[in-house]
Design a binder for this molecule. Structure first.
Ligand code: ATP
Ligand code: MG
Length: 361
């Protein structure tokens, strides 16, 4: 059943894992990275905000390794290697400004700007947009055979995919336009709404902040074209034949419902859905036919055990019913099932175990 995922990671150049919250997207991305490295590929797993213990497992230190690929020691075979990269939106934004600003003075002016500092960390979608920028850089550098991107939880749309559009829309906003045009033409074309907006900002924040805002937007304006171009290139890359989307889900009803939405969003967006991973599956306990004869048990440890066994069987069975829906949905793509392990998955050994289950290795 899971052999097909092995094929996906041996063929794809870019794999995107997406799915509802807490189902194991990051874990799956890391496990697939290990599987690919063991099959001889140079692979980088790019992750946003990994759980602390998983970051430790991959030897990632937030301070030291933000935004730069860092090799995970001791993983790989036949020339393959595993690299991990943790995304820090603010740092990537800074790097982008430094690279594109043209001269250091200009870069410095932007980087120390108060308005920039607040926008860099909080602009809606900045994180996702920066993931796109980083992906563009990694892809262009051609240092890796395979890039695996782990996305933050998503419900019915993948923020990562709409981030470029959102940023471009932001840059096309009338207020942005008005602020970045020369003062005199601004006075001529500014409509009542924009003027009122500026008046309110001036009153609330003081004239100095308004000047800073205008300064910031002016300095960004030279970079707009590059931002647009790279966003468009990534949009093409995400739809390339060599790019595979994988949905990770758990067998719980809510997760299955969200994953179903997500699958349509992926397909409708023109992306290639190549697999579904169902994680955290309770193993079906061995059938105890004799259980029915145990109905009249005296209260006590044995009765508790029997009740527990019944509950577990019921849970495992209802999970299987939920999974049916997902498996039907995923007809024609790879489907892999991962058991809920007794141990917390936070080291290379347990990730390697999941890797083997994912790829039938
Ligand atoms: N098959 C498994 N067996 C046992 N524990 C697991 C399994 N898969 C994942 N976990 C654990 O579940 C937790 C959540 O996993 P993970 O961080 O990969 O989920 P996520 O989908 O990336 O979460 P988020 O939506 O917050 O990004 C982690 O503690 C991880 O170790
Ligand atoms: Mg995660």
């Amino acid at each position: 059943m899971s052999v097909e995922l092995a094929e996906v990671i041996s063929r794809a150049e870019l794999v995107v894992t997406c799915g509802p919250g807490g189902v194991g997207k990051t874990t799956t991305a890391a496990a697939l990275g290990i599987a690919a490295a063991l099959s001889g590929r140079r692979v980088v797993v790019m992750t946003v905000d990994p759980a602390r213990r998983l970051a430790d497992a991959l030897g990632l230190d937030i301070q030291a390794h933000a935004n730069d690929p860092h090799q995970v020691e001791g993983v790989g075979a036949d020339g393959g290697s595993l690299w991990a990269l943790m995304l820090d939106a603010e740092a990537t934004f800074d790097r982008l400004i430094t690279e594109r600003a043209g001269d250091p003075d200009k870069a410095d002016k932007i980087l120390t700007n108060r308005v920039y500092r607040s926008i860099a960390g909080s602009l809606a979608g900045a994180q996702d947009y920066m993931a796109i920028e980083r992906l563009h850089q990694l892809n262009a550098a051609g240092q890796f055979d395979l890039i695996i991107i782990d996305t933050p939880p998503s419900r019915d749309a993948i923020d990562l995919l709409v981030a470029p559009d959102r940023l471009v829309r932001f840059l096309g906003h009338p207020i942005y336009r008005a602020l970045t045009m020369p003062q005199r033409s601004f006075a001529r074309v500014a409509n009542a709404g924009t003027t009122a907006f500026l008046w309110i900002v001036r009153r609330l924040a003081g004239p100095r902040l308004v000047e800073e805002t205008i300064e910031f937007f002016k300095s960004l304006s030279g970079m707009e074209e590059g931002l647009r171009r790279r966003a468009a290139e990534v949009a093409v890359l995400l739809r390339a034949k060599s790019t595979s989307f994988l949905i990770v889900s758990s067998p719980r009803a809510e997760a299955v419902a969200e994953s179903t939405h997500l699958a349509s969003a992926v397909v409708d967006g023109g992306f290639r859905l190549d697999g579904v991973v169902i994680n955290l599956v309770h193993p079906l306990p061995r059938a105890l036919d004799a259980l029915d004869d145990l109905d009249g048990l005296e209260p006590g440890p044995l009765a508790d055990q029997v009740a527990y066994h019944r509950e577990l069987s019921q849970l495992a069975r209802s999970e299987r019913d939920e999974m049916e829906g997902l498996i039907r949905l995923a007809s024609g793509v790879a489907v892999a099932e991962l058991p809920l392990l007794e141990i917390d998955v936070h080291d290379v050994a347990s990730l390697t175990k999941l890797a083997a289950l994912l790829t039938g290795g």
